[in-house]
Ligand binder design. Structure first.
Ligand code: NI
Length: 154
C-alpha cells in the first residue's frame, strides 16, 4: 500500500528508530511491501521506515531508470534491516541529494565515497555489501533517517 511520506518538520523524522527483532511478523512483511510501493510510486532511490511513520531500523534502496537520477548505474531493490555502516578509506565526496521528506529542495552533502554495510535481510539472515559512489550515498542518506538525521543536518 502506498503510504504518506512525512515531511520535514514532523518530529517523528527526528526520532532514533529501534532495531527489528521479529523477522516473522506480518507487520514486518506489510512494512516492507508498503515501503516498496511508496518508493516506486514516488520514483525514489531509497526510503527509510521512519519516513512513513514506523520507527524501525529498516531501509530500502534501489536505483532504476529514474527521472530523478538519470545518469546512475542501476541497482536492484535491496532491503537493509538494522544496517551498520563502516567507512572504507577516508575519501569524502560532495554531491547533490534530494529527500522524499523535503520535496523540491536539493542540497550538496559531503559523504564517504566507499562503505561496507552489515545488515540483515527480510528473513534475518546477515548480508554484507560494499558500495561506492551513488548507491553508497543513498545508503548513508537512508541510514541517517534511522538516527533522526536529515541531509540538512549534514
Ligand atoms: Ni531522505
Amino acid at each position: 500500500m502506498i503510504r504518506d511520506v512525512l515531511r520535514m518538520g514532523d518530529p517523528r523524522l527526528w526520532l532514533v528508530s529501534e532495531p527489528v527483532k521479529d523477522f516473522s511478523s506480518p507487520e514486518l512483511a506489510e512494512l516492507l511491501q508498503d515501503m516498496r510501493d511508496t518508493m516506486a510510486h514516488l520514483s525514489g532511490a531509497g526510503l527509510a521506515a521512519p519516513q512513513i511513520g514506523v520507527p524501525l531500523r529498516v531501509v530500502i534502496f534501489g536505483v532504476h531508470a529514474n527521472p530523478r537520477y538519470p545518469d546512475v548505474d542501476e541497482v536492484p531493490d535491496t532491503v537493509l534491516i538494522n544496517p551498520v555502516i563502516t567507512p572504507v578509506g577516508n575519501e569524502i565526496v560532495e554531491d547533490w541529494e534530494g529527500c522524499l521528506s523535503i520535496p523540491d529542495i536539493r542540497g550538496r552533502v559531503p559523504r564517504v565515497r566507499s562503505i561496507k554495510v552489515s545488515a540483515l535481510d527480510r528473513t534475518g539472515s546477515p548480508i554484507d555489501i560494499t558500495s561506492h559512489d551513488f548507491p553508497a550515498r543513498v545508503i548513508q542518506h537512508e541510514t541517517d533517517h534511522l538516527d533522526g538525521v536529515l541531509f540538512f543536518d549534514r
